[in-house]
Design a protein around this ligand. Structure first.
Ligand SMILES: Cc1ncc(COP(=O)(O)O)c(C=O)c1O
Length: 439
């Protein structure tokens, strides 16, 4: 789901709920209503601390709480997906927070991401599922006890070769294509792949401990393809078993299926977005309704404040002109920092701290800068704090609001926050904060 280019309209397609009507589907009840006030954010807003041009604050307690809530609700082990720098939240601190919250496994796409976890001393089970077919990185992964998701006969060849050369037994989960048609062993190839793996297992080269697949329409829980993929998955498990394999961990559910399809929890769930407290089914339920706490806040400061007269054009192409005399604020962030240029004229930010207000982003979003209309009576000054997006508890825009403004999904908003934005992590418990920047 995270890689689709546009969100599907769950409300239309599951045919059960016209947009705007209350949720009546199979959403699992939240463990506790999300009445949480983000003390951390409020403290930050009041404190007036230096935020530079901007930075990302990640509430690791929210990550841990989300994971423990998912584990409690599903009753099965949770594999927390931390690929793509933990959806922009910071790979290692988030991995530790997820484990502290009760995650049994971590999941990444690329082998490099898995190796980075090991280099940071994270020794929990890690599954990496996007192999290239090259043997060298596979050998490095085997040395670090990384479980590999094999999704092509070439991967199987590479893994068997690396296991034979290194003397390390390769722990494998077979990824099968049940209808997403992205990666995953083609069902037509599965019997042969299963035979090869069974032989390699008998030779002591591999151990096939799991089987998984990924859903195309999980954000439309009643879309017919979900059941078709689930049935195809059962058939794939049978094929592996008939070949003599015993994959103990069957997993199919991403965040949306974890939250809406308890029948698909199987032996383990594999949520990503929900770990970060964002709703994978925004047309059906908010994070609060799902018992999730958004973890990420993007903060900045006004870098310039100026008065302009009615009719003055603003930013490139003068795509917006002031309708009245007004006060403009300059945000020292732009599309290089992950604010999509496509939000021009549609996004808002929060100014004024606790008890503040939303103001519109006006004119073109530029590479490093964006302009906001503070309104004719604005009292803000250079250096005043801006919350670009956050959990939404004070009224600030959320990642979902930015996604709607950009015509995309919240996954893309958080995962594309720019690398020049420093990340800070707050939280307590077992989480170690050694990656916090000095300023
Ligand atoms: C194979 C696989 N499993 C699980 C996930 C997590 O998905 P989500 O963030 O929708 O929970 C992803 C992300 O796209 C994925 O590629």
């Amino acid at each position: 789901m995270a890689d689709v280019t546009a969100r599907t309209d769950a409300a239309d397609l599951d045919g059960t709920r016209p947009p705007g009507t209350p949720v009546t589907g199979t959403l699992l009840p939240a463990a506790s209503p999300h009445a949480h006030v983000d003390a951390h954010l409020q403290a930050d807003l009041g404190a007036g601390t230096d935020v530079g041009t901007g930075h990302v604050v990640v509430d690791l307690d929210a990550v841990a709480t989300n994971v423990s809530s998912l584990a409690r609700r599903t009753g099965v082990p949770v594999l927390a997906v931390v690929k793509a720098d933990a959806y922009g939240h910071g790979l290692v601190p988030v991995a530790r927070a997820a484990l502290a919250g009760g995650a049994s496994w971590l999941g990444v796409a690329q082998l490099d991401e898995a190796l980075r976890l090991r280099e940071a001393g994270v020794d929990a089970p890690v599954l990496a599922w996007l192999l290239s077919g090259d043997a060298a990185p596979v050998a490095a992964a085997l040395r670090r006890q990384i479980t590999l998701g094999v999704s092509h006969p070439r991967h199987v060849e590479a893994v068997v070769a690396a296991a034979r050369a290194s003397g390390q037994v390769a722990d494998l989960h077979v990824k099968v294509d049940t209808g997403l048609h992205r990666n995953g062993v083609d069902l037509a190839d599965l019997p042969a792949v299963a035979r090869t793996l069974a032989e390699a297992e008998r030779d002591g080269l591999v151990a096939v401990s799991g089987v998984f697949s990924h859903l195309a329409w999980a954000d439309s829980p009643r879309h017919p393809t979900v059941d078709l993929q689930a049935a195809a998955f059962d058939g794939a498990v049978d094929v592996l078993r008939e070949a003599g394999l015993r994959p103990g961990l069957r997993h199919l559910a991403n965040s949306a299926a974890t939250l809406t399809r308890p029948d698909l929890h199987l032996d383990m769930v594999r949520p990503g977005l929900a770990v970060y407290g964002l709703s994978p089914v925004p047309d059906l339920a908010t994070p609060a309704e799902l018992g999730l706490r958004p973890a990420l806040t993007l903060r900045s400061r006004l870098a310039h404040v100026r008065r302009v007269a009615a009719g003055e054009g603003v930013s490139y192409g003068h795509a917006w002109s002031a309708p009245t005399d007004t006060v403009l604020g300059l945000l020292p962030l732009g599309y290089a920092d992950g604010l999509p240029r496509s939000t021009t004229g549609r996004a808002e930010v929060w100014v004024g701290g606790t008890g503040g207000r939303r103001v519109p982003v006006v004119g073109r979003v530029c590479m490093d800068q964006a302009v906001v209309d503070l309104g004719p009576g604005a009292r803000e000054d250079v250096g005043d704090e801006v919350v670009v997006l956050g959990p939404g508890l004070l009224g600030e825009p959320t990642a979902e609001d930015w996604a709607v403004a950009a015509g995309t999904i919240s996954y893309e908003i958080v995962a594309r926050l720019g690398s020049r934005l420093p990340r800070r992590w707050s939280g307590s418990g077992d989480v170690v904060l050694e990656e916090e920047p000095a300023w």
